[in-house]
Design a protein around this ligand. Structure first.
Ligand SMILES: Cc1cc2nc3c(=O)[nH]c(=O)nc-3n(C[C@H](O)[C@H](O)[C@H](O)COP(=O)(O)O)c2cc1C
Length: 195
């Protein structure tokens, strides 16, 4: 097993949390050392997709350590050079916009800022209904950002949700491996699901 430390940050795309937990398990099996992180919205919101408490306990069970859930707890990632790669999975339109604008007001955006200052890779698994609308300019800005890599994504429902894009969570581990080598996995744009 490679001695790599991964930050795994979960944002409030609640319908994708089950897929994110599977990706977390896959990364844990491959790399072992994972630091779990959640946005404040994720930590505080129960939805029809599950309870916040249950998600965080599951992340802590897999990783064997407590979740980082505040800006103060995320800040040491920078000076301590704690991570080799940070994965944001899922990444909401909200967090995407903050990353593009340089806003740091959540545990996840603090983790990203702290980690990027060390010149290390960030991997984004986006999931947002407005990706081809309001979030499009932010995706464009981040495609052009150094050390930022995207998990390949697709229109998940081109007819029903024509502006939605969702990463293929089965490709998270592959994207992390490539990002650690300074490569973007290709193709970045995947075909929509077969009907
Ligand atoms: C049930 C539910 C599902 C949501 N799904 C998504 C989603 O898939 N993608 C997204 O960008 N926002 C989604 N949101 C909105 C975000 O949770 C909201 O923008 C929040 O501010 C995100 O904060 P964060 O980026 O700090 O986690 C959802 C909200 C709720 C209540």
């Amino acid at each position: 097993m490679e001695q790599i430390t991964i930050g795994f940050a979960v944002c409030g795309s609640f319908c994708t949390h089950a897929r994110a937990v599977r990706a977390l398990e896959e990364l844990h099996a491959a790399y072992g050392q994972i630091v779990p992180i959640v946005s404040e919205t994720t930590a505080a919101t129960d939805t029809r997709f599950g309870r916040a408490h249950d998600l965080m306990r599951e992340m802590e069970r897999i990783c064997g350590r407590r979740v980082i859930d505040t800006i103060a707890k995320a800040e040491p990632i920078g000076p301590g050079k704690l991570l080799d790669v940070l994965v944001i999975c899922p990444c909401t339109g909200n967090t995407l916009a903050k990353l593009a604008a340089g806003i740091t007001d959540t545990a996840v955006t603090m983790a990203a800022k702290a980690h990027l200052r060390n010149g290390k890779p960030v991997v984004v698994a986006l999931a947002t209904n407005d990706a081809l609308a309001g979030s499009a300019k932010n995706i464009g800005a981040l495609l052009d950002k150094k050390n930022l890599y995207f998990v390949p994504f697709r229109q998940d429902d081109p007819v029903g949700k024509p502006t939605s894009l969702v990463a293929d969570f089965d490709l998270v581990a592959q994207t992390v491996a490539a990002a650690l080598e300074g490569r973007q996995v290709q193709p970045l744009l995947l075909p929509p699901p077969a009907k």
